[in-house]
Design a protein around this ligand. Structure first.
Ligand SMILES: Nc1ncnc2c1ncn2[C@@H]1O[C@H](COP(=O)(O)OP(=O)(O)OP(=O)(O)O)[C@@H](O)[C@H]1O
Ligand SMILES: [Mg+2]
Length: 323
């Protein structure tokens, strides 16, 4: 089984945040399990001073991996989270109106945004969910990415230190509510595709989180095995269009642990957890056909999968798939 490797710290403020090496103790939420190959590639991009885009399904671990990589480097990191209301000013910086009134558009009246801060300090701009940024904001990045400079109205040219780079994440375009990136912006990134991890790695992630969060004498092992197996069973299932991620497995495990602590018996706790954690995170192939509603279809499928998972926990996953 892969071992937890490295701690990272993730903090964000409303617009952006600067992160430096954490001095707090390691927590399961901050450990990076596995991902050696992906980490090697990210560090390769950083070595080549090239910006990198991590693309993968919802909840697969993109943000976690990006944070782990930047933490490993110990370089200044400026994080922003893409959303449709993010503005060009927030990204680059803004003039403080009272100071401008008194002194005009002087350098001192300008507050650097995360892009300018990262450029000036030779740091890493970490853009979570790049494709959620409005196109105009994405376009501001273009010259920063390849020419390592931008021109700002009234402030002039800002040049980046050579080490400046961007690490971005996004969901692939087939995901709902995902907008496309322009060819121009894609052309400035190296791509690393992030897929689901192995069963043993997913187990290590969930197990560590259950152990950390719950004072369970025993049972963490069983909870983690069952939650991971269930999430994995939803992927590639003929009746499921979009399967569950490691985030879903964590939710199933944590809810199961709470219900057990409150005295529920295991099967009931696991079924309740599955019915609560999965309907928002998976998408059925055949939506509410026949007399049954979508919710009824979902419940019966989840009950079936949960029972099947518990009934086959002692058999290797590969053996189960052959049935
Ligand atoms: N390799 C890993 N080691 C430890 N924890 C992990 C790992 N991968 C994912 N996780 C945990 O799984 C959860 C989901 O990961 P994360 O938020 O990074 O996914 P994401 O791909 O960025 O999701 P989204 O598409 O919604 O942005 C988080 O709680 C994260 O800490
Ligand atoms: Mg993310």
């Amino acid at each position: 089984m892969a071992k937890p490797k490295k701690k990272s710290n993730a903090k964000s403020k409303p617009t952006h945040s600067k992160k430096t090496a954490s001095k707090s103790g390691p927590s399961a939420a901050a450990l990076l399990v596995g991902r050696d190959d992906e980490l090697r590639k990210i560090l390769g991009c950083i070595g080549a001073r090239r910006s990198v885009l991590l693309e993968g399904p919802v909840g697969v671990g993109k943000t976690h991996l990006a944070i782990a990589a930047t933490t490993k480097l110990g370089r200044p990191v400026f994080r922003i989270d893409g959303d449709s209301r993010y503005t060009e000013q927030k990204l680059t910086g803004w003039f403080d109106p009272p100071t401008v009134m008194k002194r005009g558009f002087v350098k001192e009246a300008f507050t650097d945004g995360p892009l300018v801060e990262a450029m000036r300090s030779g740091g890493i701009l970490f853009i979570n969910e790049l494709n959620r940024l409005p196109e105009g904001v994405q376009n501001v990045l273009l010259p920063a990415l390849d020419e390592k400079k931008i021109a700002l109205p009234r402030l002039g040219e800002v040049r980046a230190k050579p080490e400046f780079m961007v690490i971005a994440t996004q969901n692939p375009k087939e995901f709902v509510a995902t907008s496309h990136l322009s060819e121009a912006i894609l052309d400035r990134f190296e791509l690393i595709t992030i897929g689901y991890q192995s069963e043993s790695e997913e187990f290590a992630i969930v197990h560590a989180r259950v152990l950390e969060g719950f004072d369970l004498e025993s049972g963490a092992d069983l909870i983690a095995r069952a939650a991971v197996r269930l999430a994995r069973a939803t992927r590639g299932h003929p009746r499921i269009r979009r399967g569950a991620s490691i985030r879903a497995a964590l939710a199933v495990a944590e809810l199961t642990a709470v219900f057990l602590r409150e005295g529920a018996e295991f099967r009931q706790a696991f079924h309740d957890a599955a019915r609560m954690a999965l309907p928002t995170r998976i998408e059925l192939e055949r939506e509410g056909a026949g007399d049954r509603s979508l919710a009824e279809d979902m419940e019966s499928l989840l009950d079936e999968l949960a029972d099947d998972t518990l009934g086959n926990l002692d058999r290797p996953e590969s053996e189960k798939k052959k049935d």
